[in-house]
Design a protein around this ligand. Structure first.
Ligand code: NAP
Length: 267
């Protein structure tokens, strides 16, 4: 199709129509609570069929699934501990049994182990790097090929404001988030001509169960720097709104980007 033909096609679609996800299947990792759950609700609201991944909290995952079903959505559950080797293959097996192929991949699950940098153990390092970084590449390697074949796809990683403002007690976690962003930019470049976008949504402080974690105290001079200019914390819905844009046709010309949803904390 020539350029004029493409313009005509986009003009006949309404803007709201471009957010619809009715014929799409979305796999969201870590969707039993928090930001992943918010994104699952939002993608379902716009019509996507949801593959909801969780690690251990089956009852919470079931509750999220029930809520989506009550609103008329379709949802399936898959389980895996992404810190373990073979976990992505295990997810792929479960999807094969369900006969589902994701058009949209939201890589949201992560592990954050707050501890002073001198006390990080090799085990803490492996758990965070395997879950947050290694499994991200494996999820992309496993699910992007079908997107390439189908000529449409969306990959969204959930990063963190810590890519630019690392927390002193999260040295490994913060580094994994920066590493993922670099991988996103690399893959975005390679998939850009295949109608597949790859982006990173970087939250600031968002009200989720993760905030209940105990974190070692931070020196005052650093703590000041971690403040959010809006003076409040975000809601999973703040992230979900951007996720809908980036995962729909409306976001087709946005790729390789890192977008903060942080009330200005990254400034
Ligand atoms: N909340 C924030 O302020 C904030 C700020 C910046 C970035 N983020 C990022 O946003 C994303 C979501 O954060 P959140 O606050 O919503 O997290 P959360 O409330 O702690 O939820 C984490 C989710 O990931 C799953 N999960 C945990 N460990 C896993 C593992 N080893 N393998 C597979 N799944 C695992 C959990 O499943 P189970 O419940 O079944 O264990 C849960 O569904 C993360 O990538 C996080 O780094 C959050």
């Amino acid at each position: 199709m020539g350029l004029v033909g493409y313009r005509l096609k986009t003009y006949v679609m309404t803007l709201s129509g471009q957010f619809k996800l009715n014929d799409k299947t979305a796999l969201i990792t870590g969707a039993s609570q928090g930001i992943g759950k918010g994104i699952a609700f939002a993608l379902a609201e716009f019509g996507a069929e949801i593959i909801l991944h969780y690690r251990k909290d089956r009852p919470e995952a079931e509750a999220v699934a029930d809520e989506i079903r009550k609103k008329g959505g379709k949802v399936y559950l898959v389980q895996a501990d992404l810190s373990r080797s073979g976990s992505v293959a295990f997810i792929a097996d479960q999807l094969e049994q369900l006969q589902k192929t994701p058009d949209i991949l939201v890589i949201n699950a992560s592990v954050q182990i707050p501890v002073e940098w001198e006390k990080v153990t090799a085990e803490d390092f492996d758990t965070q790097v395997n879950t947050n970084f290694k499994s991200t590449l494996q999820l992309m390697q496993t699910f992007a090929p079908a997107m390439i074949t189908n000529g449409w796809g969306r990959i969204l990683t959930i990063g963190s404001v810590q890519q630019t403002k690392p927390h002193p007690a999260m040295i490994v976690y913060a580094a994994t988030k920066s590493a993922v962003l670099n991988m996103v930019q690399n893959l975005a470049m390679q998939l850009a001509d295949k109608n597949i976008t790859v982006n990173n949504l970087a939250p600031g402080v968002i009200g989720t169960p993760r905030l209940e974690q105990e974190v070692p105290p931070v020196p005052e001079r650093i703590n000041k720097r971690m403040e959010t200019p809006t003076g409040d914390i975000g809601d999973p819905k703040d992230c979900a709104a951007l996720a809908v844009l980036l995962c729909s046709e409306a976001g087709r010309f946005i790729t390789g980007q890192n977008i903060f949803v942080d009330g200005g904390m990254s400034l």
